[in-house]
Design a protein. Structure first.
Length: 101
């Protein structure tokens, strides 16, 4: 259970989550609800999708979920990692994006 008495303005709390993007569609509602709860408790959520080689041509389930939350105004951003050098680009992007919000 996620603690709802927590005040994110009092702390610097970040979640960085890496995945291959796969999520069971039957878990979609629970994933959206919990990511939404976390977005209200954290200063920022950074999601990276690991795709060795070349980027995928279609969006994965997790990329779509994060995109929906981002469009709704939640403090979340996502990035695709195709090479290990992309990690630092993603971190810089996340902190620049978080700073502008």
């Amino acid at each position: 259970m996620i603690e709802t008495q927590y005040d994110p303005s009092q702390y610097n709390s970040y979640l960085f989550y890496a995945s291959d993007g796969e999520n069971f569609t039957e878990d979609r509602l629970a994933a959206v609800e919990n990511l939404d709860k976390l977005s209200k408790l954290l200063n920022y959520i950074g999601y990276v999708e690991t795709v060795p080689g070349s980027p995928r041509t279609s969006e994965t389930e997790m990329k779509m979920l994060c995109g929906e939350l981002e469009r709704s105004g939640a403090p979340i951003g996502s990035s695709i990692l195709t090479r290990h050098e992309d990690v630092w680009k993603a971190i810089r992007k996340f902190f620049v994006q978080q700073q502008s919000e």
